[in-house]
Design a protein around this ligand. Structure first.
Ligand SMILES: [Cu+2]
Length: 254
């Protein structure tokens, strides 16, 4: 997976571009711009070197034909960001203050994925903290409206079983997921199937430990959906791709 020469070349490209981009960045001018390019088979770079406490601005360019997402995993505080095919979106990220590795998952829901490692070294000479990212994101159908229907979903190794294959109505639907696995973390992603077959990730109950439960209410229009666990190798201690192992099932909103 590691291709040092490619990563090095991309790092040079980022360094060359940073001053130009920073010059018109207004309040974000103190952030180092890091470009992430999404293709339908993988994202690059696979490794980003950063200083502890450094302020970054990811410019995520989707050069593929399918919608992609990026999100922090295993404790990385980077909210989900949906990048539609052909678009570029930006999100700010402040590197943790200690040495180590932060992981960012770059993926097509139900498709290819890349775990990008942010390798953190030393300390950056920086001051202040303007908080987390400013990007929009996936999961924008999360609502606090009162649910009109509730669906219980059982997560196991490696199956995803809703109590019914469809909701009774459209609108705010509450999903209650229980991970009955004795030893694996699972999650529930509610993916809306778009006309071209791509997925919109409407919301997720993330990283449920063995035996844990969680819930989320999503305001869902009628249509075809897929309930899935999108944990990939390298995420949450997993060595397998949960979607590929069978953790997806069709669901419908009437
Ligand atoms: Cu899973």
């Amino acid at each position: 997976m590691n291709r040092p020469s490619l990563v090095f070349a991309l790092s040079l490209a980022v360094m060359a571009a940073a001053p130009l981009l920073a010059a018109c960045g207004g309040g974000d001018s103190d952030r180092r711009v890091v470009r992430i390019v999404q293709a339908d088979d993988a994202c690059t770079p696979a490794v980003i070197d950063a200083k502890a406490g450094e302020k970054l601005r990811f410019e995520v360019k989707n050069e593929g034909k399918k919608d992609h997402e990026v999100e922090g995993i295993d404790g990385t505080k980077l909210e989900e960001l949906l990048v539609p095919a052909g678009r570029t979106r930006k999100i700010n990220y402040t590197v943790p203050g200690e040495e180590g590795v932060s992981k960012i998952k770059c993926y097509i829901p139900g498709g290819s994925s890349t775990i990008i490692e942010v390798r953190i070294s030393g300390r950056a000479a920086s001051s202040g903290d303007d908080g987390e990212g400013d990007g929009g994101g996936a999961g924008t159908r999360i609502t606090d409206k009162a649910p009109l229907d509730t669906i219980r979903v059982r997560l196991s190794d490696y199956k995803i079983e809703p109590e019914r294959p469809a909701a009774n109505v459209s609108g705010p639907i509450k999903f209650m997921a229980e991970n009955v696995s004795p030893d694996h973390v699972h999650e529930l992603a509610v993916l809306r199937v778009l006309e071209d077959g791509a997925f919109e990730n409407t919301g997720e109950i993330e990283d449920l430990d063995p035996g844990a439960s969680g819930e989320i209410t999503l305001d869902l229009p009628p249509g075809k959906y897929v309930l899935a666990c999108v944990i990939v190798p390298g995420e949450a201690g997993s060595t397998v791709d949960h979607y590929a192992e069978g953790m997806h099932t069709e669901f419908a909103i009437p």
